[in-house]
Design a binder for this molecule. Structure first.
Ligand code: NAD
Length: 444
């Protein structure tokens, strides 16, 4: 399962040889550790156009807790470019003028975050140049290299985007690049009455999270990360995996729930197991049953659609309707880049994961308005798990390298993204499908 090529290119002879042969040179990504929880170095704020966000005011930035500086920096760990005020092609040139001189100096595993404004349907010049920022961001992500990431956040209110910027400017977002994330203004009344005071190091303190398929792989990492952030976790998995689920739950001080999520009464049984309610519901359980459509029996189709999509629809409905998912709650579902780009041999899986995208987009505004619950999805690319270790060598190597970071992601990358979406501060993030794929070339 280990990426030996990545280890090899981290050695001096490996670097020399791969450079000579023109092969990909993935950088070892800096991920969150308790010893190094943040990126080392300045976070530089630049502006293009006339912005209304007020970030040039040092007091406003301090109030946001973002620690951004406008003083020149030799090797910034991150650069935030406020381009929300760009309204025409002339001011778009300021994006080039601001980033051109500094982009080379951004530290390895550093971050570039472009702030854009929502597209104004009444002003096609503004809409054109704000959309231009998307092409700019994705292109810079593909060329910047050295483990650095580039993302675009469309926002109107810097306060609503605080948790998002905190995530993107940290080692937690190591494998998230080339993404466009929209952050709306969080409705003022969407707070959970039971919330203790917000602690940015343990934002989920006092919250209960249930993760499906959490006995191993990505789900296990999600449960671990939510527990690290203070949540009481419920580790759900099929009865056959009960022992592993218990092991994970015991380690995290949580509880295990042996339940096949496709059971028609799964929602009621979860509600019964959580009489005090639920704050974070992570739909992670998923299966593949690959075959080309011509060779695919109906059973392979229905089992994948049942686990990956129908059970997600059923349990979400049941837990919203029963009020088990409390106000201020979060639903995070798991899509896949196969659902966005399509994949040969995966008509069933691709359909199920695209279905997740449809569910998220349609339910998000309603769930927030009616229940005070946000609904988002993560869409992993190639992640190093047992599932991907089983892929034949050459296809596996192609999957691993065909992204801007030239390596696979780790389960922790999906987990960190889920934890950001689950954060009580992320109420303004709703209806988003965030790819955790190192900016995969597939379905960009
Ligand atoms: P995995 O196979 O390692 O783990 C999946 C877990 O879900 C297992 O513990 C399994 O027992 C559980 N599960 C399966 N059916 C269930 C059911 N009916 N009820 C309850 N639990 C059930 O998979 P993974 O690689 O960790 O993937 C997790 C999620 O991420 C899946 O939804 C998968 O489709 C998605 N994903 C993974 C990748 C990747 O590269 N690994 C890429 C894109 C998307």
């Amino acid at each position: 399962m280990a990426d030996r090529y990545l280890s090899f290119t981290g050695t001096a002879p490996g670097r020399l040889l791969t450079r000579r042969l023109g092969l990909p040179q993935p950088a070892a990504l800096q991920r969150w550790t308790p010893e190094q929880p943040s990126l080392k170095g300045d976070r530089l704020l630049l502006t293009a156009g006339k912005s209304d966000l007020g970030l040039t005011d040092a007091d406003a930035r301090t109030a946001l807790g973002l620690d951004l500086t406008t003083a020149p920096s030799e090797k910034p760990a991150a650069v935030v470019l406020d381009a929300t005020g760009v309204r025409d092609v002339e001011t778009l040139a300021e994006v080039h003028a601001a980033l051109h001189p500094v982009v080379r100096s951004v530290a390895e595993s550093g971050r570039v975050v472009v702030l854009g404004a929502p597209l104004d349907p009444a002003d096609h010049h503004q809409a054109a140049v704000q959309q231009a920022l998307e092409g700019f961001t994705r292109s810079l992500g593909k060329e910047i290299g050295h483990g650095r990431t580039v993302n675009l956040v469309r926002l109107t209110d810097a306060h609503a985007a605080e948790s998002t910027l905190r995530f993107l400017l940290s080692p937690r977002s190591a494998y998230v690049s080339g993404q466009v994330i929209e952050v709306g203004s969080a409705p003022a009344d969407v707070t959970a009455p039971h919330d203790p005071p917000h602690d940015p190091d343990r934002p989920l303190t006092g919250r209960t999270a249930l993760v499906t398929g959490a006995a191993r792989g990505i789900g296990e990492a999600v449960a671990e990360t939510l527990a690290r952030d203070g949540a009481r976790v419920v580790v759900l998995d099929v009865p056959q995996a009960e022992q592993d689920a218990r092991r994970v739950a015991d380690r995290l001080g949580g509880t295990a729930l042996a339940l096949d999520i496709t059971a028609p009464d799964a929602g009621t049984r979860i509600a019964a197991a959580l009489p005090d309610g639920l704050d974070v519901l992570v739909h992670n359980a998923g299966i593949t049953r690959d075959r080309r459509l011509v060779n695919m029996p109906a059973e392979r189709w229905s089992s994948v659609l049942d686990v990956n999509l129908a059970s997600v629809l059923r349990t979400t409905d049941a837990l919203l309707e029963s009020g088990t998912l409390r106000r201020g709650g979060r639903v995070v579902a798991t899509a896949s880049i196969a659902g966005l780009a399509g994949n040969a041999g995966q008509t069933n899986y691709g359909a199920s994961k695209a279905g997740i995208v449809g569910l998220v987009r349609a339910l998000a505004p309603r769930a927030l308005a009616e229940h005070g619950v946000t609904v988002n999805a993560v869409a992993p690319g190639f992640v190093e798990t047992k599932m991907t270790a089983a892929i034949p060598l050459f296809i596996r190597e192609a999957g691993r390298r065909m992204n801007s970071l030239a390596q696979g992601g780790l389960p922790i990358d999906v987990a960190e993204t889920t934890a950001w979406l689950a954060d009580p501060g992320s109420s303004g993030v709703n209806g988003q499908v965030v790819r955790v794929c190192g900016q995969s070339l597939l379905g960009a």
